[in-house]
Write a protein that binds this ligand. Structure first.
Ligand SMILES: O=C(O)CCC(=O)C(=O)O
Ligand SMILES: [Fe+2]
Length: 189
């Protein structure tokens, strides 16, 4: 396992590689490739060009899939408060050349949500683009390639965007997004 930390706006972005075997990466990719998607994922509420996505049941995804389990394990390792968080959404984004995505936040500035991204494709050429870009004060600060099997963990209140693959890329770009939120003490749900 290889870990790298980048700091933006005083907040840590963790980039983790070499977690999964080639067979695991391929198996999950083939599974995702077999799913049905609906074009409804919006980066912003007013997004006129939603991209395809498909949702999993978060509680099941976290406890019953090897990627969900591993993501939880790594989150608890890098964040001592990880145990106080629950997975509130898990879904796959699908985008391809011609789609549109926008810079956005995954939570309000005063919230402490954590996003875990997993790049699903089993092959990715850097010339395909498709980096996740992170912003600080509306300036791009960091671009992370969707390298197969890579996990990126960051606070949801950093502005970011999954970019669209270039024209030479004939593949769909898949990213798995797992959104974690602090449990409420007396949460009845
Ligand atoms: O696909 C990516 O790189 C980013 C996805 C994302 O920002 C999201 O699902 O909220
Ligand atoms: Fe996001």
């Amino acid at each position: 396992m290889q870990k790298k930390i980048e700091i933006i706006d005083g907040k840590e972005i963790h980039i983790i590689d070499d977690i999964f075997s080639v067979a695991e990466i391929e198996a999950f990719y083939e599974y995702v490739n077999s799913l049905s998607f609906r074009k409804r994922e919006k980066s912003l509420s007013y997004d006129e060009f939603p991209i395809f996505s498909t949702d999993f049941i978060p509680a099941t995804f976290e406890t019953e899939t090897f990627i969900g389990k591993k993501s939880r394990e790594i989150l608890n390792q890098i964040n001592s408060a990880g145990k106080d968080y629950e997975m509130c959404r898990s879904y796959i984004n699908l985008c391809a050349y011609g789609d549109v995505e926008y810079p956005h936040f995954d939570c309000d500035p005063d919230q402490s949500d954590i996003t875990v991204l997993y790049y699903v494709n089993k092959f990715w050429d850097y010339k395909y683009g498709g980096e996740t870009i992170f912003y600080e004060n509306k300036q791009s600060r960091l671009a992370i390639l969707p390298t197969p099997g890579r996990i990126v963990i960051f606070p949801g209140n950093i502005e970011h965007m999954g970019t669209i693959p270039t024209r030479i890329c004939k593949l769909s770009r898949y990213s798995l997004a797992m959104k974690f939120r602090k449990k409420k003490n007396h949460d009845k749900n």
